[in-house]
Design a protein around this ligand. Structure first.
Ligand code: GDP
Ligand code: MG
Length: 357
């Protein structure tokens, strides 16, 4: 053994304890470094240029979504009417830009004229709120959202092209699945391959099953297969996406009626819901569209989308009042949290700018 080996051997204990101390210090430093994530910005912030996942409540989301309708139409009425010279003409003009049907505009003006004089802007806003609530409340209450009955619930989603059907189904499927339901989706917009692919992406993200057919296949056949599988395998929800425009000679309403009829062969109760997706931006045309769909398919509810992009979110009042079909869901954006069950009081208070405690 040479001198060096002798020296090392004699001081072995010193070296071992040195290693332990240094190792411990390094481990502590690494741990501290890991913990030192800056706390001045959210750790789940999105990459630059990508919309950050906003962690805000539904009430805040709804308020943001209805901002345009509130600032351009419904929130202005109190101030317009409460001054020295209340101007009904100006209010009338504003209401028409919101696509409120003529009859309702006149009714609201009469109410303001009778009950609003000398009142504060906030009291006038309350009158507007009460007026809309009176028009919608009965319809909203008599038609409840389908309850938690044991059997499979089949929901057929209809509407014109671009209204937001596929997106809404994606959001609904995600929500229902996250609530612990077994969900299956039928891709019945077989006329556009892109539509089926778009739905597939949503379904994969949500982790739900999707039934698809070859491009150009008969949509009612896909609906039949999906509902049959849903019943056989005890799914809780079966969501049926449909086309909004057909690239064939077949009339859209005829095709949709057929799709609905085919499902009822499996169970006369199916579909338990036929929901029309209506785009708030559609304006005047929305009521006409809704009437046509209702005549052909006996709608059980409406899903009102894109309320965030338009000042016409108040047109919902006219649609519910004239069709006597309730709004069941409302969409105020493209993310999954932007779809929510419709709450009449919250919606109207947010629209006119009243406290929503
Ligand atoms: P479909 O043809 O009826 O199936 O319509 P899609 O679901 O393909 O939607 C058409 C477009 O509307 C897409 O770009 C969606 O992201 C968008 N969209 C759907 N719902 C909303 C909503 O509530 N707000 C906004 N801003 N965009 C929406
Ligand atoms: Mg679609």
């Amino acid at each position: 053994m040479n001198e060096v080996q002798q020296f090392l051997g004699d001081n072995l204990e010193v070296y071992v304890s040195g290693f332990v101390v240094v190792g411990g210090l390094i481990a502590y430093w690494l741990k501290a470094k890991q913990r030192k994530i800056p706390t001045d910005f959210p750790t789940d912030a999105a990459a630059p240029g990508v919309e950050a996942p906003a962690k805000i409540s539904w009430t805040q989301r709804l308020s943001l979504g209805l901002d345009k309708s509130r600032s351009e139409v419904w929130g202005k009425i109190g101030n317009l009417f409460s001054g020295e010279k209340p101007s009904l003409d100006e209010i009338e003009e504003v209401l028409y830009t919101a696509d409120l049907p003529t009859g309702l505009v006149q009714d609201l003006l009469t109410k303001l004229d009778k009950e609003g004089k000398g009142k504060s802007p906030n009291e006038i806003q309350s009158l507007v709120y009460q007026f809309m609530k009176d028009k919608m409340e009965t319809v909203q209450k008599t038609n409840r959202v389908s309850d938690g009955a044991k059997s499979t619930k089949v929901i057929m989603i209809v509407g014109v092209n671009g209204a937001g059907k596929t997106t809404t189904i994606g959001k609904l499927a995600t929500k229902l699945k996250s609530e612990g339901n077994k969900v299956i989706v039928g891709a019945c917009d077989t006329f556009r391959a892109a539509a089926v692919d778009q739905l597939q992406v949503w379904c994969e993200r949500a982790g739900v099953e999707m039934v698809r057919a070859k491009d150009g296949a008969d949509p009612s056949g896909v609906a039949f297969d999906t509902v049959a599988k849903a019943y056989k395998e005890n799914y809780d929800y079966c969501l049926i996406d449909t086309a909004g425009r057909l690239h064939t000679n077949v009339n859209l309403m005829e095709e949709l009626t057929k799709t609905k009829r085919v499902m009822s062969k499996i169970d006369p109760q199916a579909p338990s819901e036929v929901l029309l997706v209506l785009d708030a931006i559609t304006g005047q045309n929305a009521l006409k569209q809704a009437q046509e769909f209702h005549k052909a398919l006996q709608l059980t509810g409406i899903i009102f989308t894109k309320c965030d992009g338009s000042a016409k979110a108040g047109s919902a009042v006219g649609i519910v009042d004239s069709l006597k079909v309730p709004i069941k869901y409302i969409g105020v954006g493209e993310s999954v949290d932007d779809l929510h069950l419709f709450d009449l009081e919250l919606y109207l208070k947010t629209l006119v700018g009243l406290e929503t405690t």
